[in-house]
Design a protein around this ligand. Structure first.
Ligand code: TMP
Length: 235
């Protein structure tokens, strides 16, 4: 069956049900807008399990997501949405592009979390955009952006203490939202070590894709360690 859509880390298929899609998690990892690429046997399975688990944690906190269920090692069923072309990044601690952009040392704890919007467009390299830019591009209304920001902060308010209890700092993460055919806005895409920065509170070790981006460790060993730290929870 032909995928409806193929991204860098996942393939998306239709199902018998009009409103339900099947996601298949791939073993591929990319960084720097696809410039760096590699395959890691077992990555798809780990990210499928981790994403499914995080979506369940969020659903339990009444956060609406596209997630329905994990149906196999690398597949899950989700509700069909049209992705809003924005990456919504939430930051608790300065790292990555924020550190580079503003010249603030990585590891500086932010007094209040920051929410940023990036325009999802590979040909432009997913630029940081202001609300005025988003209005200009007619991507979302001001009211919708208020909702996205509020929802992203709610996700942070659930996940930050969840990781903290496990001895892990949720440094930053990226979310994507989608709209159902009836206009409902749902948290979509994935939440995984590909899309979060997670630092061990004691050692400062990176438990996320930065080990691949920065060549500082084995991606599979790191993702497996994270999985084990979270209790090897498959549900
Ligand atoms: P950044 O510091 O590179 O802007 O990344 C912020 C967060 O967003 C970090 O947790 C990694 C995640 N992220 C993605 O999930 N996809 C991307 O394409 C980028 C650039 C970052």
């Amino acid at each position: 069956m032909q995928p409806l859509y193929e991204g860098k880390a996942k393939r998306l298929y239709t199902t018998q049900e009009q409103d339900v899609l099947r996601i298949v998690y791939k073993d591929e990892a990319t960084a720097f807008n696809g410039e760096k690429k590699a395959e890691f046997a077992g990555k798809g399975e780990l990210n499928n399990r981790l994403t499914s688990h995080f979506f369940e944690v969020l659903e339990a906190a009444d956060i609406p997501t596209h997630f329905i269920e994990r149906i196999s090692e690398r597949e899950q069923l989700v509700r069909r949405v049209t992705i809003i072309p924005l990456e919504v990044v939430v930051r608790n601690v300065v790292a990555g592009s924020l550190s580079k952009r503003l010249g603030i040392e990585e590891g500086t704890v932010l007094e209040t979390p920051i929410v940023e919007f990036y325009y999802k467009d590979d040909s432009l390299g997913d630029p940081l955009v202001t609300r005025a830019h988003i209005n200009l591009l007619k991507i979302s209304t001001t009211e919708e952006l208020d909702l996205l920001e509020q929802e992203a902060n709610r996700v942070n308010a659930v996940l930050r203490p969840y990781f903290d209890e496990k001895g892990i700092t949720l440094v930053d993460f990226k979310l994507e939202y989608g709209k159902t055919p009836t206009g409902e806005i749902l948290l979509a895409d994935e939440i995984s070590p590909d899309t979060c920065r997670l630092w061990d509170k004691e050692t400062g070790d990176h438990l996320d894709k930065d080990v691949f981006r920065r060549n500082i460790g084995s991606l599979i060993d790191t993702y497996q360690t994270l999985f084990n730290r979270l209790g090897g929870n498959t549900q």
